[in-house]
Design a protein around this ligand. Structure first.
Ligand SMILES: Nc1nc2c(ncn2[C@@H]2O[C@H](COP(=O)(O)OP(=O)(O)OP(=O)(O)O)[C@@H](O)[C@H]2O)c(=O)[nH]1
Ligand SMILES: [Mg+2]
Length: 863
């Protein structure tokens, strides 16, 4: 830019200088400036100013000299004084703004704004606008930055490139066509560059791309190269992004190193990475942490990348924190997050800070506190938080051993309560109780298989009734008690308590009386019953459907089942069917072949082979290999017949019971508990997913409504003039009513009309009262939406404001209301926007559904 002294000296203040005999000093000072001796010029300028204080020429010389000498404070002082003398000069304000900007003076923007507003020197005003734009861009306010550019105007070449319709050029269509063919000017390029930067900063790649053609790659500087590199990166054009990025970097464009390291770190093209490495190596930058990390990362050496960045962070390298943060989030690298938190905690966004705290708690084993933290993480980090939460929950269900039941049940209970499923809350509580109870073995099979005889053998006592016809009608529950007795639960009558010996006759007489026995408890002081309880069940093929229902119920109650086959006809079709069905429930089933005494040893061996084969065919597994025995002989033996006991095969059954069931009761119980918990989790997950879907629909609907409101508001604003014109007619009845309201005022003198405050208030009140409602209705009709609740108040306020500014009362009604109506339309639009700002409905079930699914999959994997 030209020196100030040159542009001012022609017409300003020469006379005083001549008059004071300072012309020689002036000339010497200009010469010194030309010869690049600014300090000499500065001394001369101050000599002049000492004689002619406030001389514009002296100040201009001083400012030029101070600028050349790099004395920004002095330059600013001189320019500030000069600006007060020639406030219309854009160039003075511009230089003041720039000097202040170099000093970091907050008042730089103020001076630049004056330059942008000053009438002289369009060029200086334009430069000031560009500077103002840059300031906002650096401050991270791209929206405001773009507003400065609006004042420079849209470059024609950009309009051409974007295909936007051309504004009518002065001089008609021919003029426009001529202008379109013009080469983009340097102003066009400066503006386009910043437009692209604004768009990129706002995340609008498509808009940025529209300005790219104006940024001729042959002519761009580092900043332009960086913009094009960013654009190429955003569009996935790695190769050109890299070339442009390297060029920007070599030209020292601020931000280029950050872009390049990000680019390299995410680039999976070995050739490109190698090309970048050669350039970076040549520049001697390879050892710098950000670069070292980027290359390490590109090669999958994540730990090295992290280490390099941590080093950079400690050494205070700019960009290391940002790169570490990117590494942490993109690869879900907790260690990177920890490194960042240790050195630069301020860089962690709120969500990542919470996530890290949750992860730390999880690592410390404080699982529930961890989950509570993790569920607060929203936004982009939410998926990562969910992953950590899922890890915590998975750890609750180990492959071997006992699950973390208190945690699991707490979580399931919370979900069940949140979903208001009290039945499931009860089921969860039942699991907690279940954990403390003995193992339950159900003895199952078809009727007449010998189940009750087997139970009696186990008890060593002939307690339960047996017989060839379907005998056992309800569940018989055998449990420990210090004294032997039986309790018969009868529907609609008090329980009957009888000694063991009296059970058969008591059941017989109850049956004869037609009483409904619901359940029978047989208590015995047998030590083993403290750990394992036995359920005797009705036959699965009994003709009475109640019997079958009771038999099925046993599978809900039992941890393990023993299926008795009759050796004389084992694995009938009906048996296979039920066994397959049971297999699906997941309850382990032990197959025993009873009534072995009915067969010869050869026949028995044959039967066992048949059973084994049949099991394999149907895909049914026996918990331990099937065993043959005789329940009848076992009972006989237990009652004192040693030979019968010997022949019964009871010893094998006894050993199986002790080793495979009693000793493994913890594992068997665990399996059963997991199955039950899985059922609950599945149901919760289904219910929660359905509720979450409802939430989503609600949110989508609200979002669509908001969108429609915003669109309607934008349309109202845009078309406000034409809408106002058409409303004008529709308001005719209201206006007539208003005219009638104001008629009594007709005879009053103008003086009175002007000065009577009561009169003013009356007119305003009537104006607003008559117009508000019809206006709201009309605007809503034009907008095509229902008037939001706040619209009435907004329009009323706008009318109040507008009517106060109108001339004499009568004229408020006589003249077209155009402006007033426009104000009301804008107020209505604002009410629409406000209605669209109301927050979206909460989505509490999304998280719940996610959690339930995590528990479900953890349990399903190990059930
Ligand atoms: N030969 C022989 N008969 C047996 C054996 N075990 C049971 N029985 C007889 O088979 C018949 C049925 O026995 P239960 O114990 O009542 O059979 P269950 O499976 O309880 O029958 P329901 O209660 O009707 O389902 C009875 O007559 C028993 O005496 C055995 O090992 N050998
Ligand atoms: Mg029975």
């Amino acid at each position: 830019m030209a020196r100030l002294v040159e542009s001012l000296s022609n017409f300003f203040g020469r006379v005083e200088i001549l008059a004071r005999g300072l012309e020689n000093e002036r000339r010497a000072a200009e010469l010194a400036l030309q010869r690049d001796r600014p300090l000499e010029a500065r001394d001369l300028a101050r000599t002049i100013l000492a004689s002619v204080p406030g001389s514009p020429l002296g100040l201009a010389l001083w400012a030029d000299a101070a600028e050349d000498a790099g004395l920004d404070h002095e330059a600013a002082e001189a320019l500030a004084e000069l600006a007060t003398l020639v406030p219309w000069r854009a160039d003075v304000w511009l230089r003041l703004g720039q000097a202040r900007a170099r000093m970091g003076d907050m008042r730089a923007a103020e001076a630049l704004e004056r330059a942008a507003d000053a009438p002289e020197e369009r060029e200086a005003a334009r430069l000031a606008l560009l500077d103002l734009c840059d300031r906002d861009l650096w401050a991270g306010d791209p929206a405001r930055a773009g507003r400065w550019l609006d004042r420079i105007g849209t470059p024609l070449a950009v309009i051409m490139a974007s295909g936007t319709e051309l504004p009518a050029a002065p001089g008609g269509a021919g003029g426009a066509a001529r202008l379109v063919r013009a080469e983009p000017s340097s102003v066009d390029r400066e503006v386009a560059l910043r437009r692209a930067e604004c768009a990129l900063a706002l995340g609008d790649v498509a808009a940025a791309a529209r300005y790219a053609p104006v940024l001729d790659p042959e002519r761009i500087d580092g900043r332009g190269a960086l913009v094009l590199a960013r654009l190429a990166f955003a569009e996935g054009q790695w190769s050109s992004a890299l070339d442009l990025g390297l060029r920007a970097c070599i030209l020292d464009a601020p931000g280029s190193a950050e872009l390049l390291t990000a680019l390299i770190a995410s680039c999976r093209d070995v050739v490109l990475v190698d090309r970048a490495r050669r350039v970076v190596t040549a520049a001697g930058l390879l050892e710098e942490p950000a670069w070292a990390a980027a290359f390490a990362f590109a090669e999958g050496r994540r730990a090295d990348a992290r280490a390099a960045l941590s080093r950079g962070l400690s050494a205070g390298h700019a960009g290391a924190a940002a790169a570490l943060l990117r590494l942490a989030t993109e690869t879900r690298d907790l260690d990177a997050l920890h490194a960042l938190a240790a050195r630069d905690p301020g860089r962690l966004p709120e969500d990542l800070r919470t996530l890290r705290e949750g992860a730390v708690l999880a690592a410390e084993g404080r699982h529930r506190a961890a989950l509570a933290k993790l569920e607060r993480v929203s936004g982009e980090a939410a998926a990562w938080a969910a992953e950590i939460a899922s890890g915590v929950i998975t750890s609750w269900v180990p492959g071997e051993g006992i699950a973390a039941w208190p945690d699991l049940l707490d979580e399931l209970g919370r979900s069940a309560r949140a979903l208001e499923r009290l039945d499931l809350v009860t089921s969860v509580e039942a699991i907690a109780v279940e954990r403390e109870r003995p193992l339950r073995v159900a003895v199952v099979g078809e009727f007449n298989a010998g189940k009750s005889t087997f139970l009696n053998a186990l008890l060593g006592e002939d307690v339960a009734p047996t017989g060839v016809l379907p005998t056992t009608a309800t569940l018989h529950w055998v449990a420990w008690a210090p004294d032997p007795f039986a309790r018969i639960v009868v529907r609609g009558a008090p329980d009957r308590v009888v000694p063991h010996a009296g059970l058969k006759s008591a059941l017989k007489s109850l049956a004869a009386d037609g009483a409904r026995v619901e359940r029978v408890f047989i208590y015995a002081p047998i030590e083993r019953l403290k750990r394992v309880e036995i359920l005797d069940t009705p036959g699965f093929n009994a003709p009475d459907p109640d019997h079958i229902a009771a038999a099925r119920q046993a599978f809900d109650e039992a941890h393990v089942a023993v299926w008795l086959l009759d050796a004389s006809g084992p694995m009938k079709e009906s048996e296979r069917r039920v066994l397959s069905e049971i297999e699906g429930l997941g309850v382990p089933v032990q197959i025993l072949v009873n009534k072995a005494d009915r067969l010869s040893p050869a026949e028995l061996a044959h039967v066992l082979v048949h059973v084994q084969k049949s099991l394999e065919e149907t895909g049914i597994g026996s918990y331990a290999p099937p065993l043959a025995f005789s329940a009848r002989l076992s009972l006989k033996g237990k009652l004192g017949d040693a030979a019968a006991l010997e022949a019964s095969g009871w010893a094998g059954v006894e050993a199986l019971f002790a080793e495979r069931i009693v000793d493994r009761s913890a594992q068997l119980r665990e399996r059963a508990l997991r199955r039950r918990a899985l059922r609950i989790a599945r149901e919760l997950a289904t219910v929660a997913a359905a509720r979450a879907a409802e939430d989503r629909t609600k949110i989508e609907e609200t979002r669509a409504t908001h969108e429609a409101l915003r669109a309607a508001a934008a349309k109202l604003r845009h078309d406000r003039r034409t809408i106002a014109a058409s409303i004008e007619n529709a308001l005719e009845p209201a206006r007539r009513a208003l005219v009638a309201d104001l008629r009594p005022l007709g005879d009053l003198t103008d003086e009175r009309k002007r000065t009577d405050p009561g009169l003013e208030a009356y007119v305003e009140e009537r104006f607003v009262a008559r117009l508000t409602d019809p206006l709201v209705q009309e605007i809503a009709r034009h907008a095509g939406v229902a008037a939001p609740p706040a619209a009435g108040a907004s329009v009323r306020a706008a009318l109040m404001g507008a009517v106060a500014a109108l001339p004499a009362p009568a004229e408020r009604v006589d003249r077209p209301l155009g402006r007033v109506l426009e104000a009301a339309i804008v107020a209505f639009a604002a009410a629409l926007v406000a209605a669209a700002e109301v927050g979206l409905p909460a989505a509490p079930f999304a998280l719940l559904s996610q959690r339930a699914a995590m528990i479900e999959s953890a349990l399903a994997a190990k059930a």
